[in-house]
Design a protein around this ligand. Structure first.
Ligand code: IVH
Length: 667
């Protein structure tokens, strides 16, 4: 083929594939079969490979990812990316409406779903995508073009050669999140907590292959410069963006007049919410006429012409079918609610922790009760209350067990404590839980030895003690023959075990499961003692003299390191080549944090202040307790004190909860 012919064919194929993508991902109405699509894509890939002079970042072949950047470039938004004021009740919507009504004329609004994701700004020149940015702090965002290119519903080329910026939400569907989490569970990786964090985490990847695998999607809902295109209403702007090839949520968006119609919309959205393939956390109400929007204007943070109504935390009803008890690695007994499976906020819930006996009594739960279930903080399901009016007399009283459900030994309750304990150190449940804990992510982090696999290997007799983990290689043949295993996965598992020997000692320390020693305390101790010998030689006072270590923890530590079985275990692990030294932390760095001085004030809802300080320090920032000219940033939570006033006086940069949260989420 002549070069000009090749170029023609390439351009033709790109157009064809773009069109097919559009029909599939935007219109949800495919016209090509998967085989046809793959055939054309393959042909294009080969032509581009053989003729690199025709390569283009706008080619649909670039959607599979592969571009890796070394850092996120900062992008200043010409028009700030504002967020919306939240409202939580119809009353508040009414006051909003009252503010908008002029000369007794009811304006029209556009009601839209509030998509739970992260906002994005897309820039096109002559119809070609030139860059995409996150919101960042609203003024400066980050260039995420390499990842956005992999999102199939984002057009790389528009239907008209316009210069335009549009804004919308990048999100992950409920199904994609579930699929990812299923795979992560198998690999003993932590669950992605919710669609928003999952989408934000995917976009924050330097390697676009990961974003491509995460199957992100978009809804476009905002045109910052509508007057440039001679449009009169927001509804027209939505229509215009759709005509250019953007994915606009036509089914959901609705022009309404007056509070009654808004109310109706909210009611419908609340009902439909659960069946939507993506998460919404509220609805957005926007003044429709762009001239009215202009007159209303903006505050420093928000447009005055729109509000976001947030749904109340989702609660569902289900039946408490049983209460079962589990034994933790310390022997602690936990009652768990077994529930008739229900979907709450996009995931199926079958169990919820009931913490301890007192908790069950306080909530007056009986087996058979209809209970309301809430997902607190988006993740952990919580039993809110039993519905007294739904009782019919068939419910069974809750009975606290007296003996360990696994080994039968009599449970003990320590003075002034709420928890019951199985004190039998040889209890199988405690053993399995200890092994699970040893392999878990925050401890030795052995990929491939997740909870269920450890339990299986325990039951099969392969792993009875920690030391056995390191002799699993001797059972290689047996392992390969197990169902669901193959040579490759066994090799990977054995490699992961070998790799874990190199862990810094705090992981081992945490993994050993000394009562009261969490991962953070383990790290603190490792930093101080540097080496396992430091622990073995330490006196009770050496432990107690450490800040944050009280008498009980000191006692636990001292006893642990002076118990013959434990000393023997440590010796054996040493002989097996497990690292016993503190290796120091890898240096971490974040542009917005390192070398800056922070002051925290007010209450933050998503994180402890101490924890946040620790994060800031671990990323090279400094924290102090008072605001001065030297302070770079003041982080302001709810009910901030005088520090906030002082920060304003001194014109110091102020971050609200959203801002610090978005940074922490990305770390
Ligand atoms: S409009 C100037 N519309 O919610 C107005 N935002 O709390 C720009 N969001 O930062 C925003 N769905 O990330 C708008 N239909 C929708 C939305 C939406 C989700 C997000 C967006 C924004 C945040 C505000």
């Amino acid at each position: 083929m002549e070069k000009s012919e090749i170029e023609k064919r390439i351009l033709y194929l790109r157009k064809l594939i773009h069109e097919a993508n559009y029909e599939y991902y935007v219109l949800d109405n495919p016209t090509l079969t998967d085989q046809e699509f793959d055939k054309y894509l393959r042909e294009l890939e080969i032509l581009e490979e053989e003729n690199p002079e025709f390569d283009s970042p706008l080619s649909p072949t670039k959607r599979v990812g592969g571009e890796v950047i070394d850092r996120f470039k900062k992008v200043r938004h010409k028009i700030p990316m504002l967020s919306l004021p939240d409202v939580f009740s119809l009353d508040e919507i009414e006051s909003f409406n009252d503010r908008i009504i002029k000369d007794n004329v009811q304006p029209t609004y556009v009601c839209e779903y509030k998509i739970d994701g992260l906002s994005v700004s897309l820039h096109y020149e002559k119809g070609n995508l030139i860059f995409a940015a996150t919101r960042g702090d609203g003024v400066v965002g980050e260039d995420i073009t390499h990842n956005v290119r992999t999102i199939k519903s984002v057009p790389l080329t528009l239907k008209k050669p316009v210069d335009i910026e549009v804004r919308g939400e990048i999100f992950m569907s409920k199904k994609v999140l579930m699929d990812i989490n299923e795979k992560r569970k198998e690999k003993n990786l932590p669950m992605l907590q919710n669609v928003r964090n999952a989408a934000a985490g995917s976009i924050r990847q330097l390697d676009s292959k990961i974003a491509a695998e995460r199957k992100l999607d978009t809804w476009i809902y905002h045109l910052p410069n509508p007057e440039d295109y001679g449009l009169e209403t927001h509804a027209d702007a939505l229509q215009f963006m759709k005509s250019l090839g953007f994915k606009v949520n036509e089914k959901a968006n609705r022009v309404v007049t007056g509070i009654v119609e808004i109310e109706e919309y909210i009611k419908e959205a609340t009902e439909k919410r659960r069946d939507l393939p993506y998460e919404i956390d509220g609805i957005v109400i926007k003044v429709n006429h762009l001239s009215s929007q202009k007159t209303l204007g903006f505050t420093s943070k928000y447009p005055k012409w729109a509000v976001a109504y947030k749904f109340p935390a989702e609660e569902v009803l289900t039946r408490l079918t049983d209460i079962v008890f589990t034994v933790g690695r310390t022997g602690r007994i936990t009652p768990n609610a077994i529930l008739e499976p229900v979907i709450v906020m996009g995931s199926t819930v079958k169990r919820a922790t009931l913490h301890n006996e007192d908790y069950v009594r306080m909530k007056d739960l009986k087996v058979g009760d209809i209970i309301s279930l809430r997902k607190a903080g988006d993740v952990i399901p919580e039993v809110v209350e039993r519905k007294l009016e739904r009782r019919d007399g068939s419910e069974k009283e809750f009975i606290m067990i007296k003996n360990c459900p696994i080994c039968g030994s009599v449970l003990e309750k320590k003075k002034d404590q709420v928890d019951h304990y199985c004190m039998n150190k040889a209890c199988l449940a405690r053993k399995v839980e200890s092994l699970i804990h040893y392999c878990s992510r925050k401890a030795m982090n052995i990929e491939g030895l997740g909870d269920e696999i450890v339990e299986d290997f325990f039951n099969l007799g392969f792993i009875k003690t920690i030391v056995d983990i390191y002799f699993l290689k001797e059972h290689k043949k047996d392992l390969i023959e197990l169902e669901g295993y193959g040579a490759k996965s066994v090799d990977n598992l054995l490699l992961a075990i070998e790799d874990s020997k190199l862990n810094s000692v705090e992981r081992l320390l945490f993994g050993l499961g000394i009562e009261g020693i969490g991962d953070k305390t383990a790290l603190l101790l490792a930093k101080i003692f540097k080496n396992i010998n430091g622990f073995l030689n330490a006196s009770y006072d050496d432990f107690q003299n450490i800040r944050d270590i009280g008498p009980t923890l000191a006692e636990n530590l001292y006893t642990f390191f002076h118990t013959i079985d434990n000393i023997r275990l440590i010796e054996e692990l040493k002989d097996l080549g497990i690292n016993m030294n503190y290796l120091g932390e890898p240096e971490k760095h974040h542009d917005l944090i390192s070398n800056r001085r922070f002051v925290l004030t007010g209450t933050l809802s998503f994180i402890d202040r101490d924890e946040l300080s620790a994060i800031i320090e671990s990323y090279g920032g400094m924290t102090s307790s008072s605001v001065s000219k030297k302070t770079d940033v003041v982080i302001v939570g709810e009910k901030p004190g005088s520090k906030y006033e002082k920060a304003k006086e001194l014109h110091i940069e102020i971050w609200n909860e959203d801002k610090i949260r978005s940074i922490v989420d990305m770390l």
